[in-house]
Ligand binder design. Structure first.
Ligand code: TRP
Ligand code: ZN
Length: 866
């Protein structure tokens, strides 16, 4: 048991920093286990305080000097993770010399090694693991960085900004100096040194400035950088065109590393990326990987303005940069690809990751008001719901006013560290639109539930719609206020055309909207484009859903109607299974799918999305008490019904879309592959030797990873002899390719076949696995515990025990990763009594463990609840 409870940090306690920093001069003498860091900073009082508290974690302090005089031990206090100096003058220079151990740093926060190369990760609080500093985003300053390292081990040495000096040193070392002209918070500092290959290109900005673009990767990966480079140039161009934002330095560096806690990091002019979001070539990366690279490259690039030029005052404001930047990367992907399918994909992610968070023990507002470990708040709520909040402002203001708001935001705050309120004020002042009630989206946690009711009066040609909203209590927020939400609607006439469409502003607990002059009884299309991130309860009949599936002009709403239909159907099948009755087939739903499948007016990627049934996780979300077996079974039965009834259509579509042309990652080709492969997956349900041969042939003959992986996934879920054969073939073929090995681990961890947990345990001992590598952990343990609902929740409780064992093992190595894995145990309230007990036991075991990290303590105690 933790003897001392970790401290809770509160937004309400925010205070300005005691001192500001005029400049920082850092010198790194890089050695694997004993790197020396000298940090010389000019401090200036920011008020009348004369005490300075510096953050520092895992540092060996070698010396400290104030205005040139070395201090003795009695002149400062080091306790816990702080160093305190008192009786300070208004302005002084402080030189702190520390020693750190990059090679032994398994937290992957601060300065560490990945494949023998040095790199840093400072967001959110990693800079304090490099030197003593006020490690908080509202302390912005100019950095000059000197790097000294062995010439052979580190031919490449990088930091933020511009290279201003280079020289040879003694003992086979060399030195370089980087200067960043833009003041920045410590979390955006970066340093990279090692033996890396480089791929180069250039971009000319709209004002005619030439920017050198460089991507650094491990030797041998140079042929996998083209897509990332294309995506970077496209992002730079798009930000000029859509947001009128231009890049501000002559150099933009990206470094790809194999060991990384998250996706990527936007350090000023020196992004550090997880290899997963840089490297892509057709025989190793899937279409989804290509889309991921494009989106993350864009995301980090867009941070240069939304995050770096204007940053966060404190970490409670994290969504100021993340929500806004996710919104921007989603808009980029929508403009580059298909807007409706992009929207559908993002809503699926929101529902799969954010809604459960908002409805469970870890619920927190987009702008949280307290935390123990800030790393635990890089969540779907801050990122994805945060983006929805920006999207709603965009809907309420319109593109033109929204862009005026952005302009005003930069005019007011360029070079500053600000709050979500500052952003909202810029939007309000630029547009004249009142967002005061709307701002509750920042402070109130939970997903609002909106109930709709409507009626039509033929005589009066009047359609009336009543919407009522409800927001359930969440931890720490018992009472909730009424929210302002934009609800886009359409009144669809019998010919499929809109009789009326509008964005309604729902601002009251219960509000009725009357539409006059509606000549015929319309079908209501509600929350088009998912204009508000809510749960909707609407009394649709199957007739109306089928009508909307076929006719709604809003493609999102069409897809949504299909999802609602499928969900209702599956839930009733689940109920039937629970009563041990036989299931009868709903041919009407399958007929509607057939119409969609064969509609020549629809894009293949859209059809593919429509053919996907709601996931097991989504169905679980809709049940009061989750029944993982019935969910799995019902879904399998419906898949089989669809496969049987539509066999000929699916096969025809599959054949039609099969192509021998060389691979291209563009959205259209990717959509065709997605549809082709979903057809193949349905055919795989039939257990027909001919189709099995077709799948196996696709596995062997594929000219790209998307098709090969699609075939492998089907086989991994099918109990046939060829399964083991192709899995082995895949490993032999790709064993030297870590990102592809990750896929091999995931596809096995996802399998619905029996003994999957046993396989996962065996794979942990395989040469391919390493618990120190976050990608490996996510691919094997993460996928099993988060995505394999059926086996993770096995009633014997072995999934939970395995999970807790791994969390405890990981917590000693990398607390951020350990803590991020805990959430599935927090779903215990949703299960039957037996599982509840088993899950809670594991949470209690975690909490009772000696030496547990703050990160894991926070997630485990909150998951267990009171
Ligand atoms: N700012 C990064 C992004 O969203 C997130 C990030 C990268 C991060 N690495 C991290 C957050 C490590 C916490 C810890 O683009
Ligand atoms: Zn980000």
């Amino acid at each position: 048991m933790k003897t001392e409870h970790p401290q809770t940090i509160r937004l309400a306690d925010y205070q300005e920093p005691a001192f500001l920093v005029d400049s920082v001069d850092l010198v790194f003498d890089l050695e694997p286990t004993s790197t020396r860091v000298v940090c010389a900073a000019i401090y200036r009082a920011n008020g009348d305080q004369d005490t300075l508290v510096l953050d520092g974690e895992n540092l060996t302090l070698l010396s400290i000097a104030l205005d040139g005089r070395t201090l003795d031990d009695s002149e400062y206090t080091v306790s816990g993770d702080t160093l305190t100096l008192t009786n300070l003058p208004d302005m002084f220079e402080l030189v702190v010399e520390t020693e750190i151990d990059p090679k032994g740093n398994t937290h992957l926060s601060g300065l560490y090694q990945s494949s023998g190369n040095y790199c840093t990760q400072c967001e959110a609080q990693g800079f304090r693991r490099i030197t003593y500093f006020q490690d908080r985003p509202d302390v912005m300053t100019r950095y000059t960085v000197t790097i000294i390292a062995d010439k052979d081990a580190c031919p490449v040495m990088l930091s933020n900004g511009n290279l201003v000096e280079q020289s040879e040193e003694e003992d086979g070392k060399h030195l370089c100096v980087w200067e960043d002209p833009f003041p920045k918070p410590s979390y955006l500092f970066a340093l990279v040194a090692g033996d890396l290959a480089c791929v180069e290109d250039t971009f000319t900005t709209k004002s005619g400035k030439n920017v050198d673009l460089r991507i650094f990767v491990e030797h041998g990966n140079e042929d996998r950088c083209d897509w990332a480079m294309e995506s970077l140039k496209a992002s730079m161009k798009w930000d000029e065109d859509r947001f009128d934002l231009e890049y501000d330095l002559d150099l933009y560096n990206i470094v790809a590393v194999s060991d990384f806690n998250m996706g990527a990091m936007e350090n000023k002019s020196l992004n550090v990326f997880n290899t997963k979001y840089v490297l892509a070539k057709s025989d190793t990366a899937t279409d989804q990987d290509y889309a991921g690279v494009e989106a993350v490259i864009a995301h980090e690039y867009f941070h240069n303005w939304t995050g770096n030029r204007v940053t966060c005052r404190d970490w409670f404001q994290l969504s100021l940069k993340e929500g806004l930047t996710v919104f921007r990367d989603q808009e980029f992907s929508s403009d580059m690809r298909s807007r409706p399918t992009e929207r559908i994909s993002n809503v699926k992610i929101l529902r799969a990751a954010q809604f459960p968070e908002d409805g469970g023990p870890l619920a927190h507002p987009v702008r949280p008001d307290s935390y123990i470990a800030i790393d635990n708040f890089y969540t779907a709520t801050v990122y994805n719901k945060g983006s929805e909040v920006i999207r709603m402002m965009h809907t309420l203001l319109g593109e033109e006013n929204f862009q005026k708001g952005m302009k005003l935001y930069f005019e007011r705050h360029d070079g500053e560290a600000v709050t979500c309120d500052d952003f909202a004020s810029a939007m309000m002042d630029a547009s004249g639109i009142d967002l005061n009630q709307f701002k509750l989206w920042y402070s109130q946690a939970g997903t609002p539930e909106v109930t709709a009711d409507w009626s039509y009066e033929r005589e009066a040609k009047q359609f009336s719609l009543t919407l009522s909203q409800h927001l359930a209590p969440t931890p720490g927020q018992a009472g909730k206020e009424v929210m302002h939400m934009p609800i886009a609607i359409g009144l669809v006439g019998q010919d499929g055309k809109d009789l009326h469409s509008e964005v309604l502003s729902l601002k009251e607990a219960k509000q009725t909207f009357i539409f006059e002059g509606i000549a015929e009884e319309p079908v209501l299309s509600l929350n088009r484009g998912f204009s508000a991130p809510i749960r909707l309860k609407a009394p649709y009949t199957q007739d109306q859903l089928a009508f909307l599936m076929a006719n709604d002009s809003d493609e999102f709403a069409r897809w949504e109607a299909a999802q609602t239909y499928a969900t209702d159907l599956l839930l009733s099948m689940i109920a039937t299974l629970q009563k041990e009755k036989t299931i009868t087939q709903d041919s009407r739903f399958i007929e509607a799918l057939k119409t969609t499948l064969n509609d020549p007016a629809l894009d293949p990627d859209y059809i593919a999305l429509s053919l996907q049934l709601p996931t097991e996780g989504y169905l679980a979300e809709q049940m009061d008490v989750v029944d993982v077996d019935a969910i799995h079974q019902a879904r399998e039965i419906l898949r089989l019904f669809i496969a049987r009834d539509l066999k000929d259509d699916l096969l025809a579509k599959f054949r039609d879309l099969r192509s021998d042309s060389p691979y291209s990652p563009d959205a259209k080709s990717a959509g065709e592959r997605a549809l082709k492969n979903i057809c193949l997956a349905y055919l795989g349900e039939l257990n027909d030797p001919a189709f099995l041969a077709l799948i196996t042939a696709q596995y062997h003959n594929a000219n790209n990873m998307t098709d090969r992986m699609a075939a492998l996934s089907i086989l991994a879920n099918t109990d046939v002899p060829v399964r083991a054969e192709v899995l082995e073939n895949f490993y032999t073929r790709f064993k030297d390719d870590p990102l592809v090995v990750d896929k091999w681990l995931s596809v096995q961890a996802m399998s619905c076949l029996p003994k999957t947990l046993k396989t996962v345990k065996k794979l942990m001992k395989h040469e391919a696995f390493s618990i120190k590598n976050p990608n490996k952990v996510r691919s094997l343990i993460g996928v099993f515990c988060h995505a394999n609902q059926l086996h993770y929740h096995a009633v014997d409780g072995n999934g939970y025990i395995f999970h807790a064992d791994r969390i405890l093992e990981l917590d000693k190595i990398n607390p951020q990763i350990a803590a991020r894995m805990i959430a599935p145990l927090g779903k215990w309230r949703r299960f039957d009594k037996a599982r509840q007990k088993l899950m809670k036991e594991q949470l209690k075991r975690i909490i009772a463990t000696e030496g547990l990290s703050n990160d894991a303590y926070e997630m485990a105690t909150k998951s267990l609840g009171k």
